[in-house]
Design a binder for this molecule. Structure first.
Ligand code: GDP
Length: 428
């Protein structure tokens, strides 16, 4: 059985915590897209961790963690992250890396930074992890699959080709020093040894695991709004953030994905640029940002302050639908306990007309939020163990969101800790 855990919004919805929790009863956790550009915060008996590339199952001894073919594999970051968790006392996890994953090359990171600097104020808000140049090269067919690192002829030919192309751009567009073929080659010789022990045909491994009746979790990164096709293009990431892509990025049959958990946060937050209709500014925003998440709303990878706003039911409904969500986990509900009144964005006004359909980007730019105001519960709900014990206004808020997003909310998270999760019987 395959279950996907994916973001319904702009990312940072708390997927890491939900994956970590569900991994407890799963055999395999798979990352199927993205790279080390986003972070999942996990708090458990070993401490507080920001995982960027490692699947959130690495804290359990019974789980195998897989980096699928769809991942942007930054070898040095992988090695460092693994070393960091092991030195924090986590037992060495079982990890497999797809031999078809593509390798994040040192020049991808360089080009990401150079392009952001060139675009200056008009940048896309990249985390400068090399993601956009990496995926451009993958689809331009000048990338390198991990398996190709071990074939000297293929590696050398590809690097010669790449150096020629990259150096032309470095010279003409960025006016920077050129790449040296020999340096690059010896760097890749070094890097290939670091991951040799983890390589496997992970697609075959997963297909066999399915035949044996194993439970597999697909762990998504970012959320629907950052999908290159269905998100707020061009302020998106470069690989699909949708559960459907899990089949491609992990190499499993699409019909095996039986359960799709869309994670959505009880208010909105977004890192990077792009239209954000229900965004808050000034003191109201500062207050929410300070109280948000488990340590305030600051990016797990970059430390950048996240933009925050009221819950956007228009974006979330769309977000859940595009994910094909079968259920929803509503997270970080406890953070709203300080508010006397809470607004929810239930419509967008575009050119004088109100809609609850999420528009294409040029229209999103014109959208003004239409809010409904609900009474807050004005108390701390952390530590509550049964959903029914939540304050009435809090349950009404959850019911209201469920009605507007049209997908059953089955889990409500009321604290960052692994077990701070309340099971809820959906009303739709
Ligand atoms: P991800 O990328 O979707 O995994 O999300 P992040 O880990 O970047 O952001 C979620 C943040 O919210 C992290 O700081 C989590 O520790 C925190 N978090 C998750 N669930 C809850 C919750 O129910 N309550 C609170 N207060 N924090 C939570």
């Amino acid at each position: 059985m395959v279950r996907a855990i994916v973001g319904a919004n702009w990312g940072d919805e708390g997927k890491g915590k939900i994956t970590d929790m569900l991994a407890e009863t799963s055999d395999i956790v798979v990352r199927f897209q993205g790279g080390a550009n986003a972070g999942h915060t996990i708090i458990n008996e070993y401490g507080r961790f920001s995982l960027h590339l490692l699947p959130s199952g690495v804290f359990y001894h019974h789980t195998t963690s897989v980096l699928g073919n769809g991942v942007a594999l930054d070898i040095e970051k992988f090695v460092k992250e693994l070393k960091d968790i092991v030195s924090a006392g986590v037992p060495t996890p079982k990890i497999l890396i797809s031999n078809r994953a593509q390798v994040m090359m040192p020049y991808h990171v360089l080009f990401d930074s150079l392009e952001e600097a060139r675009l200056a104020g008009k940048s896309y808000g990249s985390t400068k992890s090399g993601i956009a140049p990496f995926f451009s090269d993958k689809f331009a067919k000048i990338g390198l699959q991990v398996c190709e690192l071990y074939d000297d002829q293929v590696l050398e030919d590809r690097l010669h080709k790449v150096v020629e192309i990259k150096n032309a751009t470095l010279r003409e567009l960025y006016h920077q020093p050129e790449l040296q073929y020999e340096d690059l080659l010896s760097e890749m010789h070094k890097q290939r040894e670091l991951i040799r022990p983890y390589l496997a045909d992970t697609s075959k491994f997963l297909r066999e695991a399915l035949k044996e009746g194993k439970t597999i979790l697909l762990e998504g990164q970012l959320g629907t709004m950052k999908d290159p096709d269905h998100g707020i293009y061009p302020m998106v990431t470069s690989s699909s953030t949708l559960a459907g892509y899990g089949a491609v990025g992990a190499g499993i049959p699409p019909y095996e994905i039986k359960d799709i958990v869309a994670v959505t946060k009880a208010y909105s937050s977004s890192v990077g640029a792009g239209d954000f209709v229900s965004e808050l500014f000034g003191e109201e925003a500062d207050e929410l940002r300070k109280r948000g998440g488990d340590k305030g709303e600051f990016g797990a990878t970059t430390g950048r302050p996240r933009r925050v706003g009221w819950y956007d039911a228009v974006a979330s409904k769309y977000g859940c639908e595009l994910q094909g969500a079968t259920e929803v986990a509503l997270t970080v509900l406890d953070v709203l306990g300080y508010l006397k009144e809470i607004k929810v964005c239930t419509g967008y006004e575009i050119d004088g007309k109100v809609t609850d359909e999420f528009p294409v980007t040029p229209l999103l730019n014109k959208a003004k939020p239409v809010y409904e105001t609900l009474p807050g519960w004005n108390c701390d709900i952390r530590g509550i163990k049964n959903y029914e014990d939540l304050p009435e206004n809090c349950k009404n808020y959850v019911d209201f969101i469920e009605k507007h997003i049209g997908t059953p909310i089955t889990m409500v998270s009321n604290g960052p800790e692994r077990h701070a999760i309340l099971k809820r019987t959906p009303k739709i």
